[in-house]
Design a protein around this ligand. Structure first.
Ligand code: FE2
Length: 217
């Protein structure tokens, strides 16, 4: 086991302040809620992304962060509008606040980079797929609840469902430029045949799902 550097120790100590426990009592007995420091969170993710095993290091930051869902809700706000909300975007790292509308589906797609998913409120069900000839076949599934982190390798293909009747809030981290990477695919939900990913259409699906949700309230 390696020794803990002073810098690492200080970062860890700062992390306690940033994430802390969900609440603590003051001298007067009132309860205060910890609040995620989003700027420091991004700094920690960028630092982790520079380590020798970037995704594992990022996953550790994510796990620590969503271990206190109340602090994340305080820092990011209650999920309000379904969509892919960008928190951070660079050639090396993209961090999205993904808000899923109730009962929303997103067809199979790939990322062409590693991706890690962390849930801070609600649920997200992932189906994992692999290529089989001209189509894809399902090879597994992972149901995610709050406080859980799910790591997808660079060649992963997944589809996502929000299986519950309320908004789900997740943090998705990608090891590259999510919006600029080329060669991404999606698979038609009807035929399971491959085509080039239309990111604009995917964002439209979030908007449509959000509008359906709003009109149903
Ligand atoms: Fe995805």
């Amino acid at each position: 086991m390696g020794t803990i550097s002073r810098r690492g120790f200080l970062a860890g100590a700062a992390g306690v302040l940033a994430w802390g426990s969900a609440s603590w009592s003051t001298a007067r007995g009132a309860t205060m809620t910890a609040k995620l420091d989003v700027e420091r969170f991004i700094e920690d993710l960028e630092r982790a992304n520079g380590e020798s095993e970037p995704q594992a290091a990022v996953d550790a930051v994510l796990a620590r962060t969503v271990s206190d869902p109340a602090a994340v809700l305080a820092g990011l706000g209650e999920p309000g509008v379904a969509g892919l909300h960008t928190i951070h975007h660079s050639p090396e790292l993209t961090v999205l606040n993904v808000v899923w509308a109730p009962l929303m589906l997103l067809m199979p797609h790939n990322h062409e980079m590693w991706a890690s998913i962390a849930i801070y409120t609600g649920r997200e069900d992932n189906i994992l797929w692999q290529r089989k000839g001209a189509v894809v076949e399902a090879i597994g599934a992972r149901s995610l609840s709050e406080k859980e982190v799910f790591a997808l390798p660079e060649d992963a293909i997944h589809s996502v469902t929000n299986p519950i009747r309320r908004l789900t809030g997740a943090i998705h981290v990608y090891g590259g430029d999510f919006f600029e990477v080329e060669g991404r695919s999606e698979w038609d939900p009807d035929t399971l045949s491959e085509r080039a990913l239309d990111l604009g259409a995917a964002q439209d699906r979030f908007r449509d799902a959000s509008e359906r949700f709003e009109s149903s309230r």
